[in-house]
Design a protein around this ligand. Structure first.
Ligand code: ZN
Length: 62
């Protein structure tokens, strides 16, 4: 698995189907084989980055 944003493989697991990219500091969650990306804002809320990626780029492949 690599980050759809920066292609880094420096991915940490933070929960069930939840991952964190230590390179660009975004959160990812896996759902039905698709990676959903979120950025943690300064106030702690999550904003979706999914608009930045085609679904084909977000498909999780082993
Ligand atoms: Zn990244």
């Amino acid at each position: 698995m690599k980050c759809p944003n920066c292609s880094s493989k420096d991915i940490g697991k933070i929960g069930v189907n939840q991952y964190y990219c230590w390179n660009c500091f975004i959160e990812m969650s896996l759902n039905n084989g698709v990676i959903y990306t979120h950025q943690v804002e300064e106030d702690g809320s999550l904003s979706s980055l999914d608009d930045l990626f085609d679904e084909s780029e977000r498909r999780f492949s082993v």
